[in-house]
Design a protein around this ligand. Sequence first.
Ligand code: URA
Length: 251
Amino acid sequence: MRLDKFLADATPHSRSTIKNFIKKRQVTVNGKTVLKADTNVSEKDVITLSGVKISLQPKYRYIILNKPAGYVCATEDNSDPTVMELIPPEMQAKGLFPAGRLDKDTTGMVLITNDGEFAHKILSPKHHVPKYYHVTLARPFEESYISELEKGITLSNGDVCLPAQIAKIPDTENEALICLHEGKYHQVKRMFAALGNHVLLLHRIGIGDLILPEDLPKGSCKLLIDEDTKKIMSFGGNFLTKLHRIKKSSS
Ligand code: URA
């Protein structure tokens, strides 16, 4: 890659500003001052600008947060703290936003990114990316929920949900794992209201094949690597097998 492009990609400066830095002898490559903006460089070269080592940052950043209750999924809010306030300074980057909304009282996995296209893929019902929630209900789980959800629940306003999967969590009366493939407003709560039950607690445990790591405390973030982001988009397999795996990892 050209030296001026490398520096423009890795810093907030424009290519013409970088050219001025080069002219003013403020750029070195492997310890030598370089005066040509079109010098060919690679990530292996040690490049400095005004004495500071510059590394190429990946274009997009993907972060998962274990959201605590009490925070809203927004970049700004006048009355409540936002999930963005939980991102530590070293993970901050331009243009980050929460990809999807959990309610203020919902806990668990939130993806925060500056990759709009990726966020759209995760959220669009067209792509069917599964979102897994651990639900605690006010009244006992009923076996009929399994077929009702598979048919598609009709919400109180007449909206029909896409088929969803549910399974009772073994050794509990009123806890279930539910898998949705879309994200309507307050969807899980409205689905259980339509079934005559009520959601007491809601915790998102996974998106696609990416499960919230057991060792990520509430309120903490983790930068994702390539493999993790691929897991979000790679999904399939049997819901019950997954329930077993998720249950094992969250118990
Ligand atoms: N469904 C809900 O009702 N609330 C959430 O936060 C997420 C899904």
